[in-house]
Design a protein around this ligand. Structure first.
Ligand code: 6R9
Length: 653
């Protein structure tokens, strides 16, 4: 099938072109303008949001290693929550802002109007203020996918507090590290998070995390299931009770365009996750513009992004982008396969969804269940489909196009990162042809360059491959790593001087279209979740039985990549099935279920250079079952370990 579709090109239909905000000519005109006159272009785009004090400066950027600084609209002031709520009240106060669909389809959905969103957000903001949260303070949000997650984000934005969301699938240890990492004053959580019919005990996870933080951290608890929780007087606050008393109005704080809006931790190739910092004016402008243009969002459309607010996709494309545009955005608490494999499509039918945005891993899982789950639902309202998070394989793309989109919905394969704030490359519905698996074209203002990985020199022309860097800044770009600007510069601006280094490889095909070929660093992508192999390794070696560990990714049919761990035990420990289970549970406890190892192979020795560096290239090949291309092993300190690893290669079941 790959061969069949590898060269396929799908031009947009006449209907799609006619409807689109941006057609081919308009794209070219706007793209050219964005490069020829960035100040003019972004100055104009900056007007799509409301400013308290309008900006007079647009762009002030320095990409030089040692002096990197990124500023957009730097002398303007605004409030992000007022942009997402208040400014819509006159024109669309009674329009639904958020449709909330619970995990259990028998529970009622909620339709929250802009007016209601305003009330709820103001109350949450007042509650946070009453708990002592002030401008610039950090608030950690550890919530299920419930409307309160959006209220909490917007409430922080309203009073100028900086939120840091921790995905509800992370363990107490990971949560504690993130609370401490930004020195949060308050954590907002819920009793339990229902997902796929099961419940994650968020409050008790938070209790466990709070044992390892300063004892001044306060905990605001939202009631979701009513499940039993332990209560610490003086530390724990009851949201539902306080919301009854809280005032319906809270004045939005006047924030500078470059004041931080949020921190979001993400994995890199080395060390522990880093806190990506996004600021207010540029981020919101970019999230709003990309949401409108990429999804061709029109007033009155119902838009659904299936991500979790714990990831950047949820920040930019469930909450900030859509609400800044006055859209109706759907928030889903559940999973694609509960109670059965038609859940996504039933939700699309029930709420008449027009734009649907999901991850390839979900599509692959659903594709395996058969077409009848899709075909029994009425999907006639769908206009645009999107994917994000990882490369989509041609089989999944074709299934999405034919079975879900009935061949009439353009698919936007959006390539971007936590660091980029919004889409950097994607085909636009009415402007570009699509190729299954290609991110196709740069968004306005984005100048992708393909570099030779060794020399760092730009490779010109088409039909070329290399590492992907971006030449200049865009308003949605991250500004720094929380508390560690040096790490920011080192990670993104030191390997290839003068460019933003994405960590991805890419190919520019004969037509000049872009294909992402995957990470070129030690970051793996498991079910669209980004993970540093170093994190899993450090979790493993923290176990008393483990002497050494090396972790690599390998191709996984559903997850895209699976986690393959080579583990060397301490001298006095013997491999056993019990220990294997124990290590798996251990990693889940240290990081969270998303980091659960797929394969653990006992490795009496690891392939190392004479200087002691683990040769991951070789370990990757063994995990991939690809021994023909192991390359030169003669530089290894002990080449025989490779044979042993091949012989005892774990069954990847
Ligand atoms: C938004 C998000 C970023 C990494 C990125 C790349 C991979 C994302 C992709 C894609 C191919 C796409 N990635 N979108 N690869 N095609 N459409 O996912 O952010 O979690 O930070 O991950 O995901 O490798 O570098 P994040």
């Amino acid at each position: 099938m790959n061969a069949l579709h590898a060269d396929a090109v799908y031009p947009p239909s006449d209907e799609t072109v006619a409807r689109a905000h941006v057609n081919a000519a308009k794209y070219q005109e706007m793209y050219d303008a964005s490069l020829n006159d960035p100040e003019g272009f972004w100055g104009e785009q900056g007007k799509r949001i409301d400013w308290i004090k309008p900006f007079t400066q647009v762009k002030d950027v320095n990409y030089n290693f040692g002096n990197v600084s990124i500023n957009w609209y730097a002398d303007g002031t605004l409030n992000v929550s007022a942009n997402c709520i208040d400014r819509h009240l006159d024109t669309r106060g009674d329009q639904t802002a958020i449709i909330w669909e619970p995990d259990d389809p028998n529970e009622d959905a909620q339709h929250i109007t802009y007016k209601e969103l305003h009330r709820r957000t103001c109350r949450m903001a007042n509650i946070l203020e009453s708990m002592g949260v002030r401008k610039g303070d950090r608030v950690v949000i550890y919530l299920p996918m419930i409307p309160e997650a959006a209220y909490a984000m917007l409430a922080c934005a309203r009073i100028g507090a900086i939120h840091s969301i921790v995905f509800a699938g992370f363990s107490p240890d990971a949560l504690a590290a993130r609370i401490n990492g930004c020195d949060a004053k308050v954590i907002i959580t819920a009793d339990e998070a229902p997902r796929g019919g099961r419940k994650t005990p968020l409050k008790s996870n938070a209790d466990a995390a709070l044992l390892h933080t300063k004892d001044t951290v306060k905990c605001l608890v939202v009631k979701r299931t009513g499940g039993q929780t332990t209560w610490v007087d003086g530390r724990d606050y009851d949201y539902n009770e306080m919301a009854l008393e809280a005032d319906d109005y809270c004045k939005p704080a006047e924030m500078n365009a470059e004041d931080p809006l949020f921190i979001l931790y993400t994995s890199g190739s080395t060390g522990q996750p880093k806190g990506v910092v996004h600021t207010s004016g540029g981020y919101l402008t970019y999230a709003a513009l990309t949401h409108e243009v990429t999804f061709d969002y029109h007033d009155g459309d119902i838009y659904w992004c299936t991500a979790d607010v714990g990831w950047v996709t949820g920040h930019s494309y469930i909450v900030y982008g859509p609400l800044a545009n006055g859209a109706t955005t759907l928030m889903f608490e559940g999973v694609p396969t509960y109670p059965d494999a038609s859940r996504f499509w039933q939700v699309c039918e029930k709420h008449k969804v027009n734009q649907f945005y999901t991850a390839p891993t979900a599509l692959r899982a659903l594709m395996g269940q058969g077409n009848e789950w899709v075909e029994k639902c009425d999907l006639s309202d769908l206009k645009v489909l999107g994917t994000v998070g990882e490369p989509i394989n041609p089989e999944a793309w074709t299934w999405y196009n034919e079975v879900v989109g009935k061949g009439k919905c353009p698919i936007v394969d959006t390539w971007w990162q936590t660091e980029t704030g919004g889409h950097l490359m994607t085909p636009l519905p009415g402007a570009h042809a699509m190729k299954p698996g290609a991110a196709m074209k740069p968004f306005f203002g984005i100048q992708p360059v393909v570099l030779d990985p060794q020399s760092g020199v730009e490779i010109e022309g088409n039909g070329v491959e290399g590492v992907l860097c971006i030449k200049d800044s865009w308003p949605g770009q991250m500004r720094t790593v929380w508390g560690d600007h040096e790490r920011f510069e080192k990670t993104y601006f030191s390997d290839y001087k003068g460019y933003y280094f994405t960590g991805d490889g890419c190919r520019r095909d004969e037509d000049g279209d872009y294909w992402i070929t995957g990470r070129v660093d030690d970051v793996i992508n498991v079910s669209g979740h980004r993970m540093g192999t170093a994190e899993v390794e450090s979790a493993l070696v923290a176990h008393a039985a483990v002497a050494e560990a090396a972790v690599v990714g390998y191709p996984h049919e559903i997850k895209g990549q699976g986690i393959y761990c080579y583990v060397t035990l301490m001298n006095d420990r013997e491999p056993s099935d019990e220990l294997l289970k124990e290590l798996r549970t251990w990693v889940r406890t240290e990081i969270g279920p998303i980091a659960s190892p797929d394969v653990i192979q006992w490795a009496p020795g690891l392939p190392k250079t004479r200087s002691g560096k683990i040769m991951r290239r070789i370990l990757r090949k063994i995990a991939e079952n690809d021994y023909g291309s192991l390359g030169d092993t003669s530089t290894l300190a002990d080449p025989s370990v490779v044979e042993d690893l091949i012989e005892n290669r774990a069954n990847k079941g």
